[in-house]
Design a protein around this ligand. Structure first.
Ligand SMILES: [Zn+2]
Length: 155
């Protein structure tokens, strides 16, 4: 028997320490929370993608009474897949707004979104940087695989 240790490297920034590109993407994710339709959870998730071609895409969770809605992260990456097929996603920023303010702790994608994002990253053949934004702090990871170790993939 051997034991394997898996580590995840997370860099923690204050919002003001971010470079201009990362600030722009976090700001876009915050703006996207306003497009969320979340009458059931009242948890308004916003995301923003920066594609390799410079295009930015916003996403926001869209709920419905059948509880078969779509998360903010997948609404953005499916939009990218539909409108810019084959263009790698360079970065994704995620945040959430609830109870009258942005979440204090950085917001992290659910397991389904992690799987969807990993597949975009694998198809692109290059890592997708992940920015998880809270009210003041932003976690930055260099690959979506850092959020989904031992990734399920047929590739
Ligand atoms: Zn999700």
């Amino acid at each position: 028997m051997t034991e394997k240790t898996i580590t995840t490297n997370v860099r923690v920034y204050d919002y003001n320490e971010l470079n201009s590109e990362d600030k722009m993407l976090v700001d876009l994710a915050r703006e996207a929370t306003k497009s969320s339709y979340a009458p059931y959870s009242h948890f308004h998730v916003g995301s923003a993608l920066l594609l390799d071609n410079g295009v930015t895409i916003k996403g926001a969770n869209q709920e419905n009474a059948a509880f078969a809605g779509t998360c903010g992260e997948r609404s953005a990456c499916y939009n990218a897949g539909a409108n810019y097929p084959g263009v790698p996603i360079k970065k994704i920023a995620v945040t959430a707004f609830t109870g009258g303010d942005f979440v204090k702790e950085p917001c992290s994608p659910c397991g389904v979104c992690r799987q969807a994002l990993v597949e975009f990253e694998v198809q692109a053949g290059k890592p997708m940087q992940v920015l998880l934004a809270g009210r003041d702090k932003v976690y930055i990871l260099d690959s979506i695989k850092d959020l989904l170790p031992l990734t399920f993939s047929e590739f």
